[in-house]
Design a protein around this ligand. Structure first.
Ligand code: NAD
Length: 481
């Protein structure tokens, strides 16, 4: 198939215009399936950050005053254009990130849907007007855009992690500077072109890929004109950005790491649970913040579940995501592959049983095979750290109480999955599981119309749903006589 990307954008998008980096620097973007460079792109530095900030600040007033209907129409047009260019987006996602083309198409659908969803939300930003209960005056509550926002995005969903921020910001009337992950900047640059084509006014959106993230984000977070930081990425980086944001008391939305439990109770439909686990574990090759990191199965059905999941995992084909018939692509880079290998080796060294995979795969390409481990000792790092790879870690438990305790044995709280045929138990457990999202008898939960986000060390705030736009709005109380 055609894998050349001579059409991929390679300059910065400064306020909607392709622009070389002020310092003239460039860096290469690699294909993780071949380890070959795809293209070299402009490398943004502090001077570019300053130019983007000037544009965002200068445009904010006019953009906030643009009628919501107009902002909605731009987003709706962008939704249609992303669909129109879906083959290009999907190919670019596969080439820079590695996931199989079918999954890239699923991401295009998911990513585009944020544009449609927020085009519908833009015209429903409502305040309220009430009489003060004391009889002393009236209360008017207005919503206003937060203002210029810095968005920092990860590499695992190069389109969707961007659109769910940009679409909400555009709907609310905020200008935005996006710093995409250095592994996958091409998709976001293409998306910025699409936004310009959709009619987004010059200055509203800048996309600044860089090989030196702190050199870009540091000055922006210190700039008094910036009003908000929205970040999706690891908890460690999120904590350091939160500390910087505290310096200026910035509004923040933090979508951080996960350690999702997938809990199968004794009364579950085991076949459905196996299919759900496969989806929750293997979507995006395991490189998803919502990925089932720990699979806890009641000992009553542990043997059956483990045998069936291992058989399903064994049938998955590993390979270059551009090729037909491939189910699992490479990991994003060598660092990520080493980390996955380390966590598996640590579990095996501590006594876990390896049922499938676990061996390095010859390169080129950062491949790691679908792997299943069971009888994982509680001290294994796999149970406490996010593996972010195609590794199913299965552990047994006895009874509902132990299942809930296992699910909550983490400082994270993004997604959780429970399988049971008992509705009472489903609701009881869903209420007790400490996470921002719970899937009941389903392994995929992401939906642009639902509030996505975590509690505890998985983050602050929500993206998508009617909650998503609130993250970009300030509440103003106007006291009336
Ligand atoms: P990462 O934290 O390494 O990087 C995320 C982004 O932050 C990238 O753009 C990176 O360049 C930038 N960055 C890194 N160090 C920085 C610094 N010192 N200053 C400023 N920016 C910096 O995460 P990743 O490896 O790209 O993504 C994987 C992580 O993201 C996982 O932990 C995953 O759970 C999480 N994630 C969370 C969600 C969610 O919605 N909660 C969604 C997707 C991914």
């Amino acid at each position: 198939m055609e894998t050349s990307v001579t059409w991929a954008p390679t300059e910065l998008m400064l306020g909607g215009t392709a622009t070389p980096a002020a310092g003239g620097g460039r860096f290469a973007v690699y294909n993780p399936a071949t380890e070959e460079a795809l293209v070299e792109i402009a490398d943004a530095g502090p001077a570019d950050a300053a130019r983007a900030m000037d544009l965002a600040a200068a445009t904010q007033g006019a953009w906030a005053a643009t009628p919501a209907r107009r902002r909605a129409e731009i987003l709706r047009r962008a939704f249609e254009l992303v669909e129109q260019y879906r083959d290009r987006f999907a190919l670019l996602i596969t080439l820079e990130m590695g996931k199989p083309l079918a999954e890239s198409h699923a991401e295009v659908t998911y990513g585009a849907e944020f544009l449609r969803w927020f085009s519908e939300e833009a015209v429903r930003i409502n305040g309220r007007y009430t009489a003060a209960p004391s009889g002393n005056g009236r209360i008017l509550v207005a919503k206003q855009p937060v203002g210029p926002t810095l968005a920092i995005t990860p590499w695992n969903f190069p389109l969707a992690m961007g659109t769910r921020k940009v679409a909400a910001a555009v709907a609310a009337g905020c200008t935005m500077i996006v710093k995409p992950a250095p592994d996958t900047p091409l998709t976001m640059l293409l998306f910025a072109e699409v936004m310009a084509e959709a009619g987004l006014p010059e200055g509203v959106l800048s996309v600044l890929p860089t090989s030196d993230a702190p050199a870009l984000s540091g000055p922006l977070l210190a700039d008094p004109r910036l009003r908000k930081l929205t970040f999706t990425g690891s908890t460690a980086v999120g904590k350091s950005l939160l500390a910087q944001a505290a310096g200026r008391v910035l509004r923040t939305s933090m979508e951080l790491g996960g350690n999702a439990p997938f809990v199968v109770f004794a009364d579950a439909d085991v076949d459905a649970a196996v299919e759900g686990a496969l989806a929750a574990k293997m979507r995006n090759g395991g490189e998803a913040c919502t990925a089932a990191n720990r699979i806890h199965v009641d000992n009553a059905v542990l043997e059956e579940f483990t045998a069936k999941l291992t058989a399903r995992m064994a049938k998955l084909t590993l390979g270059d995501g551009t090729q037909a018939g491939v189910d699992v692509g490479p990991l994003i880079n060598q660092r990520q592959r080493s980390k996955v290998g380390e966590l598996v080796d640590d579990a095996v060294d501590r006594g876990a049983t390896l049922l499938l995979g676990g061996q390095p795969v010859a390169g080129p390409g950062y491949f790691y095979p679908p792997t299943v481990l069971t009888e994982i000792p509680s001290a294994a790092r796999l149970l406490t750290e996010e593996v972010f790879g195609p590794v199913a870690a299965i552990a047994g438990f006895d009874g509902e109480e132990a299942g809930v305790a296992a699910a909550n044995a983490t400082e994270f709280g993004l997604a959780a999955y429970i399988y049971t045929r008992d509705l009472d138990r489903a609701l009881r457990v869903a209420e007790r599981v400490e996470s921002g999202m719970v899937g009941v008898n389903r392994g995929i939960i992401s939906d642009p119309a639902a509030p996505f986000g975590g509690i505890r060390e998985s983050g602050l705030g929500r993206e998508g749903g009617s909650e998503g736009i609130e993250e970009y709005l300030e509440t103003k109380y106007i006291a009336l006589t």
